[in-house]
Design a protein around this ligand. Structure first.
Ligand code: 8YV
Length: 317
């Protein structure tokens, strides 16, 4: 009998789905009509779980999977998995470490340029036929230059570093904050987030959200100031969204580029209606190249764990 895999999120790479189906009996939780009832009946037989970074898995669900041998996160964020609990069960939790760094950093820079150059508002202006109606150059406000901006990076991990090298190529001055100074990067460490915001034209959030929640609040946004931009490619809950919408509508910051939100896929109306905001639907890693690399890592983690080996990308064992 093939091992039983419970899949909580779709994988969008057909070749990987073919391999999964050939090696395992795959139960697609996201397609089930009565997933709770199914889990009660079949949970005891599940050997492996595949989930997404944002979805993770609850302890209540894990408790119904007594013989599960691996939780393979198809993503890099593990904030939606209780790693301490999994460690206590000796359960490997794997992540796709390193696979999505470049794409996430690309999108961070893209969002920042889009936000400060008003790319989406400009696109709508042309698309909606407004250019012909209002051909005078003053019909669109002047934008803000990206090159040379002072960039404050929150979280100098893999993604933070990749954002920094890209921004450096645009002549940006890089500062960062993290739990501690990193001695292998040439950028200025600022221990206090408030101070980083005060001294930055743009804050780029690249931090893990395991412990931090609502760190971008009214005070930080106030410090960023009316010419400042916020970019978030990490997790929505790093930001106090009510404070962000208030700051944007009062012009206390200039704009934002957001790929992640507190309660996805629900995005506050005030953000959706703001021309100062560029929005994406949590797509920073969503390229063929990266999603293929991630899905292949998931396959590898499953194969290792189900062969009785410690998965090389395990964070808990
Ligand atoms: C993915 C993510 O969208 O890596 C993460 O933690 O949130 C994203 O890259 C997600 O995990 C896809 O399953």
């Amino acid at each position: 009998m093939k091992p039983q895999v419970l899949q909580l999120n779709p994988i969008l790479i057909p070749e990987v789905n073919t391999k999964l189906a050939a090696r395992y009996t795959v139960h697609k939780y996201f397609e089930m009509t009565k997933p709770d009832a199914w889990l009660k009946t079949h949970g005891a037989a599940i050997d492996a779980v595949i989930t997404g970074g944002h979805t993770g898995i609850s302890n209540a669900m894990l408790a119904q999977l007594p013989v599960v041998k691996v939780v393979a996160v198809n993503g890099v964020g593990t904030d939606a998995v209780d790693l301490a609990y999994c460690r206590s069960r000796g359960l490997p939790v794997t992540a796709t470490l390193g696979a999505l760094t470049e794409d996430v950093a690309d999108l961070a820079i893209g969002l920042l340029i889009a936000a400060c150059r008003n790319l989406c508002a400009g696109d709508r202006f042309v698309r909606d036929g407004l250019w012909e109606k209002f051909p005078q150059p003053s019909a669109i406000p002047l934008a803000r230059r990206f090159s040379g901006m002072r960039i404050g990076i929150v979280g100098m991990g893999r993604v933070g570093r990749a954002v920094a090298t890209r921004a450096e190529a645009f002549g940006c001055r890089i500062s960062y904050t993290d739990l501690r100074a990193m001695h292998d990067v040439p950028y200025r460490f600022v221990p206090q987030l408030l101070e980083l915001a005060q001294d930055a034209d743009a804050l780029v959030l690249c931090a893990a959200a395991d412990k931090a929640e609502g760190i971008i609040n009214a005070a930080v946004l106030e410090a960023l100031g009316p010419r400042g931009f916020l970019v978030n490619v990490a997790r929505g809950r790093l930001v106090n969204e009510a404070d962000l919408t208030a700051a944007l509508s009062a012009g206390r910051i200039a704009g934002a580029g957001l790929d992640v939100f507190v309660d996805e896929p629900r995005v506050p109306l005030a953000l959706r209606q703001s021309d100062a905001v560029t929005l994406q639907a949590h797509r920073a890693s969503a390229t063929w190249e990266t999603r293929t690399a991630m899905a292949e890592m998931v396959l590898e983690s499953l194969a290792q764990a189900l062969a009785g080996e410690r998965p090389s990308m395990s964070l808990t064992t």
